[in-house]
Design a protein around this ligand. Structure first.
Ligand code: ADP
Ligand code: MG
Length: 178
């Protein structure tokens, strides 16, 4: 979709990111997770951050959650558990790292990074639709938590039929319950 590609290029002109914003987003994220009343060792799908995605992974690993990260296997996202950064290896995809562990997990809470979101919970990804397909192909009920820096919370993002909405959007300034 041309409109999405124009937006993807536009957000490359991003401003400086304040490292403190990661702590604020993490604190908002913990508030949302606590509000779900799940056990503290809950399985949570997180991500290895690239460029403009909030850096939350080290903070999450310090908590009691069981963290899984995405790995692209046969062109689909799978979530694999990790205990520490040592369980990661370089991926062929961008500057990403992926879990080495060969075990699939099925997190019910998924923290979804994005170059941009809108207030209605729609996500502008990198244009490969990995998360949309993962959500469409999963029949577990999932809590989808979108995270981005506030400057990437846009007024308008075009969306298509296959685009899956988040249940929460979190920035350093806001928690939006969809
Ligand atoms: P992103 O979500 O990464 O921003 P898009 O929403 O533009 O990317 O989706 C990219 C492509 O992924 C779509 O053009 C579509 O072909 C494919 N796609 C997304 N969801 C599905 C789905 N549920 N089934 C099949 N293909 C899908
Ligand atoms: Mg999409």
């Amino acid at each position: 979709m041309l409109e999405k590609n124009i937006l993807r290029k536009k957000i490359l002109d991003f401003k400086q990111i304040n490292l403190l914003d990661n702590l604020k987003i993490f604190s908002n994220l913990q508030d949302v997770i606590n509000s779900l009343s799940v056990p503290s060792d809950q399985e949570i799908g997180a991500y290895y951050p690239i460029i403009y995605e909030p850096k939350l992974l080290s903070l999450l690993l310090l908590e009691e959650y069981n963290i899984s990260l995405p790995k692209i296997i046969n062109k689909e996202i799978s979530f694999l558990p990790i205990d520490s950064m040592k369980d990661l290896e370089k991926s062929q995809y961008r500057s990403l790292k992926e879990p080495k562990i060969n075990k699939i997990s099925n997190p019910k809470i998924i923290i979804v990074p994005a170059p941009a979101y809108n207030q209605k919970g729609y996500r502008l990804g990198f244009g490969r639709g990995y998360y949309d397909r993962y959500f469409a192909n999963t029949n577990r009920s999932l809590v989808k938590i979108g995270v981005c820096y506030h400057q990437f919370l846009l007024e308008y993002i075009p969306h298509q039929k296959h685009d899956v909405k988040m249940d929460f959007i979190i920035t350093e300034k806001k928690i939006i319950i969809i």
